[in-house]
Design a protein around this ligand. Structure first.
Ligand SMILES: [Zn+2]
Length: 393
């Protein structure tokens, strides 16, 4: 039961109910389309005439379109589905190594993408993002409605204060610069929060039906996106979810972004796995590899690479057990390139979680990201797309 916030509450206008019904119909089409007007009326218990009015409005706003269904003898039925002919969003996945700028349709499918190595010089990276966005806008002839940025650090959506520990970028005016250059609305959020939003809206159905989950994003650093009651929990100043800096032990193989060797990130990130592999293989002169190559080696069965990932998975499990004990989510999702090695790490991860849970709590499902290889890019796109489908109440 949510307490009413009298400072933010607005009393129901006559339009409020219509807006709520409109979003419900739109979400039925999104989840169950192609679907007929009659089916929507049956599912929602709205009157047929009300459904038809709403459908006309959604078609006029280019959110849904009419498609022809399979004929079962007579005239083929007219069905409704999400309109996916145009690119409507640009997503900017600003990563610590590379930056990907891509377009997607309303269903979140990636259409075109460009990428470049992220320059530690903030102005140069911002300039390249602007150039990519303008190019993608030109090739799409005015259909793009907004830009979302997945940012490798914390961001306060209210004040635009931000910090990216990897680059030591503070209060980078990237959203303002992009807004001025493109004249489009720009939304920016932390990478793990954005990926959690994408799981919530565009993940596989087993995740879309979950209201409380935690996404653990394993990359060069380690972050979490917390979803409570169907929305991302941001905390004061947008800094919630920094569990990568909870203390797990001492003497980690690398330091966290803030210089500590006691944080979860220092034990369970990609950098930790690489450091373990390099330590084990230094004698072989085989230490100059990145995380993609480490996963490739492990998938091919190389013993040291598998061992480095399995040890990292056990530390991942210790942190996840702490999150489960403190927050009791319905599901924990692990995202990032490590998911490609899921069959190698799954057992170590799960047995480590079980061994670290003290309170006899029921076991929580732990799954690999349902978004494929680019969870933070999908996150950036979701920052634009989710607002179209979100509840208005
Ligand atoms: Zn730390």
């Amino acid at each position: 039961m949510r307490r009413i916030d009298l400072k933010k509450a607005s009393v129901a206008r006559a339009n409020t109910i219509r807006d709520i019904n409109r979003q419900i119909v739109l979400n039925y089409v999104r989840e169950l389309g192609p679907i007929s007007r009659a089916e929507i009326a049956r599912e929602t218990a709205l009157q047929r005439s009300t459904v038809s009015l709403i459908v006309d409005e959604l078609i006029a706003h280019a959110l849904i379109e009419e498609v022809t269904g399979e004929s079962s003898g007579g005239r083929p039925p007219s069905l409704l589905s999400l309109r996916t002919v145009d690119a409507v969003a640009i997503g900017v996945d600003l990563g610590t190594i590379k930056t990907v700028v891509a377009t997607s349709d309303l269903a979140g499918r990636v259409l075109n993408q460009e990428q470049f190595l992220t320059d530690p010089d903030a102005e140069s990276t911002t300039q390249k993002i602007v150039e990519c966005a303008l190019r993608l806008m030109r090739t799409n002839g005015g259909t793009i409605e907004g830009i979302g940025i997945s940012f490798p650090g914390w961001v306060d959506p209210e004040t635009a204060h931000s910090y990216a520990p990897h680059f030591k970028w503070r209060d980078l005016p990237i959203a303002e610069t992009l807004t001025q250059a493109t004249a489009l609305p720009v939304t920016i959020d932390n990478d793990a929060n954005a990926a959690a939003l994408a799981e919530l809206w565009f993940g596989r159905p087993e995740i879309r039906e979950v209201r409380d989950f935690i996404l653990v994003l394993v990359e060069a650093g380690l972050g979490t996106g917390i979803v409570f009651d169907g929305q991302v929990y941001r905390g004061e100043g947008g800094t919630a979810g920094e569990f990568g800096h909870m203390t797990i032990g001492s003497g980690a193989p690398v330091a966290c972004a803030a210089g500590s060797t006691e944080c979860w990130e220092a034990f369970a990130s990609e950098r930790a796995a690489l450091a373990r592999y390099k330590k084990a293989t230094r004698q072989n002169g085989n230490s100059d590899i990145d995380f993609t190559k480490l996963v490739d080696l492990a998938v091919r069965g190389e013993g040291s690479a598998r061992a480095a990932l399995k040890t990292t998975a056990r530390y991942l499990g210790i942190g996840i057990a702490n999150l489960i004990q403190g927050l009791a989510p319905e599901t924990v999702i692990v995202g990032g390139p490590i998911v490609r090695a899921w069959s190698i790490i799954e057992q170590d991860l799960k047995s480590s979680v079980e061994a670290s849970i003290c309170r006899g709590l029921p076991s929580t499902p732990i799954i690999g990201s349902t978004l494929g290889a680019q969870p933070t890019l999908r996150g950036a796109l979701s920052l634009v797309l989710a607002s179209k489908f979100a509840s208005v109440a």
